[in-house]
Ligand binder design. Sequence first.
Ligand code: IMP
Ligand code: MG
Length: 182
Amino acid sequence: MEQIIRLHDKRFKVMIPAARIDEVVEAVAERINRDYAGKETPIFLGVLNGSFMFFSDLIKKIEFNSEISFVKLASYAGTASTGEVRSLIGLNGSIEGRHIIVVEDIVDTGESIAHMVAELTKHRPASVEICTLFFKPASYRKQIPIRYAAMEIGNEFIVGYGLDYDQLGRSLKDIYVVTEEE
Ligand code: IMP
Ligand code: MG
């Protein structure tokens, strides 16, 4: 019997079990291991909060020396009517001349990642690549290549394994999707 969970006003059911997540994390880690072998020590830059679980599983599968760091995109309503102002917080220490691998939970429209890459580029890194657990190609509206997408999905809303619905669901080990089922 399928387990239905409730988060706030919605119900969710399992879409991707933990064992399948582990397989796609393994596959993307292998690609990164191949591509970065022999390069100067890269920095894995996790985007909080959503990436924390993916980040920790991914990094355990990385076979070269690396540094790790975490950033957050703080969004708050701007005073201007144009809406959101977002600032990158937590970027301590220089990334100039360094290879950066940004680790995200999910890339949807690409707004967040485009903002992130623009901010990071100001600090003159040697390279910036994106590694995301989930990618929604049908809603992506940016040009920045998503080099490492562990898994592509449709436009459904998912939670679990770090991803939240209004802050709930992050601790779930499987990925859940919204359902109308009782
Ligand atoms: P983007 O800026 O439109 O690419 O959206 C990225 C952010 O939206 C992610 O970092 C998530 O916080 C959130 N997001 C997008 N789709 C989902 C989803 O299916 N579940 C949970 N959060 C999502
Ligand atoms: Mg996020």
